[in-house]
Design a protein around this ligand. Structure first.
Ligand SMILES: *Cc1c(COP(=O)(O)O)cnc(C)c1O
Length: 455
């Protein structure tokens, strides 16, 4: 148990660290888990307690917490050139090489990459690019951004406006012109008697209606995660991206894939867009881009947007945007290594090999009378708790059912994440079968404990 005495790590964390996305009553009751190091998929706290991290940190630490290739790549680059920017016509060799690599592994024949320090900044950058382009092309009214409810795109003011979560109202967001369409979650949003194909077609019609209502000439882009991640691991219904892309193409609206979670292997292919068989106009990347070993995001523009943005920038001599650490050489060196490890060192194969075991473990837990849905793609999955399976009625919110399950797991040495009434699992790609068993055994125990307590 956490040590709450004065001057303990827990008390010190609480005294001067301001928590984000942390349930404060839980912290007051349970304290902060202060971590010191990791080994493979495990992390260790200041008291030496070991936890299997079934969430890969925050989806990103896909190669585990002490991959020698990645730490060596970082050390070597720190020794050689520990930092430089990408402004004023200068950039590092690592930056040049990473852009080449990203286009090579992208679905695009050609294109261009712009670097940020996070996924949120990459989404902000993308929106600024679309706005800049619209004005340069004489269409200043083309500013609205379409996303989906429960889609997660980040926390900066623009990316929070794109995110379809109710908590953004606490900030007076979204900004005007950010429109959220129906969440493509068939289990929850499908109507009585509606087939999956009918659901997909309803969502495509909704998009068509919104475009007509708003005016196609006012819409700058549609941004979507191939699988909604932080909104609850929601794979799209069959045919969704084909149906959506047909509508967007008709109105010349670009489709941008926010691949911050799906990118670099999570769904069993390099890109989630490959898994769902569509080619977007641009890709947003972060998280596994550096396997979590450096903060970095990237906007990867396909040929059409890259060319038009080039022309628009030349009209005013520059694209006036960039972050001090954009294209940081250490981040780029790590990303190059990370991509190499994922593609050539068996990590992507491991996702494919582990997926059947992951799916069967989830399916087994879905037998539980209070698990309403198990959903997954590749190595991202969620178990949705329900009070009543036939009606899908949720538990009363004040029961905090998913928090309790996650807390019982933490006590038992397993990190997993509560999300609404679901538990999210996104293990690192280096997990062994034995560690998969450990993950599901611990989760099984926690579900039994918590449901016995509250029902
Ligand atoms: C995490 C996430 C972001 C935001 O990335 P940050 O690095 O936390 O700013 C954006 N989009 C998706 C899909 C994400 O999962």
């Amino acid at each position: 148990m956490t040590d709450h005495t004065p001057n303990s790590w827990d008390a010190r964390a609480d005294a001067h660290s301001f928590y984000g996305f942390t349930d404060l009553p839980t912290i007051h009751e349970r304290g902060t888990v202060v971590l010191t190091h990791g080994d493979g998929p495990y992390i260790f706290d200041v008291e030496g307690k070991k936890y299997l991290d079934a969430n890969s940190g925050l989806w990103n630490m896909v190669a585990g917490f002490n991959h020698p290739g990645l730490t060596e790549a970082a050390k070597a680059q720190y020794d050689k050139f520990p930092g430089y920017h990408a402004f004023f016509g200068r950039m590092t060799d690592q930056t040049v090489m990473l852009s080449e690599k990203l286009i090579e592994v992208s679905p695009f024949q050609t294109g261009k990459v712009f670097y940020t320090n996070s996924g949120s900044e990459a989404n902000d950058t993308l929106v600024k690019m679309l706005w800049f382009l619209a004005r340069a092309e004489g269409k200043p009214e083309r500013r609205k951004i379409l996303t989906r409810m429960n889609g997660y795109h980040g926390v900066t003011a623009v990316s929070a406006s794109m995110t379809g979560k109710p908590y953004n109202a606490l900030f007076g967001l979204p900004f005007d012109g950010f429109i959220h369409l129906t969440c493509p979650h068939f289990w929850r949003e499908g109507m009585a008697g509606e087939s999956e194909a009918q659901f997909t077609s309803r969502l495509a019609h909704e998009l068509e209606d919104v475009i007509r209502r708003e005016g196609a000439e006012t819409i700058a882009g549609f941004v979507a995660e191939p699988v909604i991640g932080a909104g609850g691991v929601i794979p799209p219904p069959a045919g969704y991206f084909q149906a959506i892309q047909a509508v967007l193409a008709k109105h010349n609206i670009p489709l941008i894939a926010d691949e911050v979670i799906c990118g670099f292997g999570r769904t069993g292919n390099v890109w989630g867009a490959q898994t769902y068989d569509f080619v977007p106009d641009a890709i947003i990347s972060s998280k596994a881009l550096t396997a979590g070993y450096f903060p970095m995001g990237a906007v990867i523009l396909g040929p059409d947007l890259a060319d038009r943005l080039q022309v628009a920038s030349e009209m005013v001599e520059e694209f006036p945007h960039g972050f001090t650490a954009s294209g940081h050489p250490v981040g780029c060196a790590i990303a190059l290594k990370s991509i190499d490890i994922i593609l050539n060192d068996g990590l992507l194969d491991a996702v494919r090999d582990l997926t059947p075991r992951f799916e069967s473990g989830l399916a087994e837990l879905a037998q539980h009378p209070h698990i309403g849905e198990a959903r997954s793609k590749g190595l991202m999955g969620a178990l949705e708790a329900v009070a009543d399976k036939p009606t899908k009625a949720p538990f009363a919110a004040d029961l905090s059912v998913s928090e309790r399950i996650a807390n019982a797991c933490t006590d038992n040495g397993l990190i997993c994440r509560p999300l609404g009434q679901a538990i999210v699992l996104c293990p690192p790609f280096i997990m062994t079968d034995a560690q998969m068993d450990e993950m599901f055994d611990k989760l099984h125990t926690a579900l039994g404990q918590v449901f016995a307590d509250i029902t």
